[in-house]
Design a protein. Structure first.
Length: 372
């Protein structure tokens, strides 16, 4: 197998148990949700989900109905599946069939939903606390929607929102205040079991004592930190990622002055002799042509991508020490996030750029540990 995305199952388990200890055991959250949208942040949702559920997680959050149905069809057991992205009203029968909670974000949406049988359908009220994407902003509109849905026989499963500027504590606290005002406008809100706004970075601020837990919080839904907990507090920072994107060199060519590399002659050899390594991975595997000039790890050293990337191949300028069959790390770890990551401290960007860009053509391979 030439190109593969290695998934460190032991580290994934460790991350889940750390979050369980901090959130459920220490801060007494009733529920703990792992966000595994985007195919488990690229790690393979069907590989990630059982590990999470066996190690302190009791609910899984996704963004698409297809993701939710895939979980129900393949992962058995008692757990909740919540859809936190936009839902099409036509998918309500699927939500009912597979016991999936769906978001409700506007009065207009609710009116469209009423033409379906909503009895026992689980709903989560999405609140707009400042991001201004989707969600209820007006307490009166929220209450109207709530009352219509009660008459239709829904199950009030959750109330949630999204933090939009995690680095700004003042804005984040204001979002909590807005959430609280909207929540309190609902009758019997205490009986709604999943009440949540925190994702990874605001979970970290809870653990570090910066933004304390509020009485109404019952659930947190970390995403990125499930796959590698990173904190600004060095005592908490684990910085252990759960994936590595790896390939092998299939051929090293000698090229001389004036020769070109790849399509359209976009790279011309300048030195008397240059060594060009071919990697069996390209834009058809989710890499970007914009990565030209960025670097990968081979034998502990960084080497630049050169020429125009092909669908199945990438060229790298190496030296005479690099041989056919050598292992190449397109991504190794958070501390060595490769040069095409603008900000290695931006964990969400690292995961989204690497794990998610490696589409299904790159096999996910579970491992117990990474090679040093």
């Amino acid at each position: 197998m030439l190109s593969r995305l290695l998934v460190n199952v032991a580290q994934l388990k460790k991350n889940c148990l750390f979050l369980k200890k901090e959130l459920k055991d220490k801060h007494k959250y009733e529920h703990l949700t792992a966000t595994i949208k985007g195919n488990g942040y690229g790690h393979d949702a069907l590989l990630v989900a059982p590990v999470c559920l066996a190690n302190g997680i009791d609910a899984l959050a996704v963004a698409r109905m297809s993701e939710a149905v895939q979980l129900r069809q393949n992962i058995k057991g008692k757990y909740e599946v919540m859809l936190i992205g936009i839902v099409d009203e036509e998918d309500i029968p699927l939500a009912k069939k597979y016991d999936i909670s769906i978001p409700v974000a506007s009065l207009d949406q609710v009116k469209k939903m009423l033409k379906y049988d909503l009895k026992k359908v689980k709903v989560q009220y999405k609140l707009n606390t400042g991001m201004n994407r989707i969600g209820f902003k007006d307490p009166a509109e929220l209450l109207k929607a709530y009352n219509l849905l009660q008459k239709a026989g829904v199950v009030n499963f959750g109330v949630y929102s999204h933090i939009y500027d995690n680095d700004n504590v003042e804005k984040t606290v204001k979002q909590f205040d807005v959430y609280e005002k909207l929540l309190y406008s609902l009758p019997n809100w205490k009986k709604i079991p999943y009440r949540h706004i925190r994702a990874s970075e605001s979970v970290d601020k809870l653990i570090r004592g910066i933004i304390p837990k509020r009485d109404w919080e019952t659930n947190a839904r970390p995403g990125c930190s499930v796959y590698g907990y990173v904190s600004q507090d060095p005592k908490l920072d684990q910085s252990f990622n759960c994936f590595q994107l790896v390939t092998k060199i299939v051929q090293v060519n000698k090229a001389t002055t004036g020769e070109t590399v790849g399509y359209d002659s976009t790279y011309t050899v300048k030195d008397k002799v240059e060594y060009i390594a071919n990697l069996p991975i390209g834009w058809g595997d989710g890499l970007f042509r914009a990565f030209t000039g960025k670097k990968v790890y081979i034998n502990g050293k960084l080497y630049p991508i050169v020429g125009k990337m092909a669908m199945d191949n990438t060229s790298v300028k190496v030296d005479e020490t690099v041989k056919n069959g050598d292992t190449v790390y397109v991504f190794k770890d958070f501390k060595h996030a490769c040069t095409f990551i603008d900000d290695p401290k931006d964990l969400a960007n690292v995961i989204a750029t690497i794990a998610n860009l490696s589409i299904l053509r790159v096999p996910r391979v579970p491992v117990k540990s990474f090679k040093k």
